[in-house]
Design a protein around this ligand. Structure first.
Ligand code: F6R
Length: 239
């Protein structure tokens, strides 16, 4: 079941997302949250940090990570998640991807840790330009497990915008679609005109491996999208 809320712009989107996440946290202080990095959720995390929330019992679960980067590498997604979400919100428990040298062992360990939490309560996700969620690159079925992936050219190109001249690593670890779709609730944040076509495909086409985000139609999903991402500048909102 997908609910779509159309917000005026990226700022209102961040406020609404912070409202929903804050409500979920007040309802269940020990919330387990799958946390996306990327540009889109940054305003939401900043807004959350400005609010008077107690996230000390929350567990933040890492969504994806590049392979082969040191902990202090500026491209590390764990570093990005720590700076934008974990530290500003005062989160004390984290489940990380890629902590152990053997990536396959790391994936197994991650899945066991998520299972020990009782699964994910809330997944806060962004939408890749090719429809990916985390680094579940197309084609990708709904049962895909947590695993090592090779990034597609579309993802390499979009991620290149994050770190200036530094090359984008080509391989990564991602929480599986099974982890994402098993979440109690998914909030998908979508902002900007460049996401318009892929958002329309994700919501309107029957679920397909070619657009991994389309599997969210079968999950408890709330899409928060700004008008630019919906292709509506005024008048009635999408869809
Ligand atoms: C990041 C991640 C990615 C991004 C997606 C959108 O941890 O998992 O799936 O959410 O690529 O990125 P932005 O928000 O930068 O457009």
């Amino acid at each position: 079941m997908v609910g779509v809320e159309v917000l005026e712009d990226a700022d209102t989107l961040a406020e609404r997302a912070a409202d929903l996440i804050g409500d979920a946290l007040r309802e269940k202080p020990s919330l387990s949250v799958l946390v996306a990095t990327g540009h889109t959720p940054m305003a939401t995390y900043a807004e959350l940090a400005r609010r008077d929330l107690d996230a000390s019992a929350l567990t933040a679960v890492q969504l994806d990570e590049y392979l082969g980067l040191g902990e202090d590498d500026p491209r590390s997604l764990w570093g990005w998640m720590r700076r934008s979400f974990v530290e500003p919100l005062g989160v004390k428990q984290v489940v990380r991807l890629g902590e152990v040298p053997d990536p396959d062992e790391g994936c197994r360990r991650f899945e066991a840790q998520v299972a020990a939490l009782g699964g994910i309560d809330l997944a806060v996700l962004g939408l890749g330009p090719n429809g990916h969620l985390g680094f579940n690159e197309p084609p990708c079925g709904p049962g895909a497990r947590t695993r090592v992936v090779t990034l597609t050219p579309a993802s390499l190109a979009s991620n290149a915008a994050y770190w200036g001249d530094l090359p984008v690593p080509t391989r990564a670890l991602t929480a599986g679609m099974d982890v994402i779709l098993g979440a109690g609730r998914v909030i998908l944040l979508v902002s900007g005109v460049h996401k318009r076509d892929i958002l329309a495909r994700a919501l309107r086409e029957p679920p397909t491996p070619e657009v991994p985000a389309s599997w969210l139609q079968d999950a408890n999903t709330t899409v928060l999208a700004d008008r630019a991402a919906c292709g509506v500048t005024r008048g009635p909102a999408f869809p």
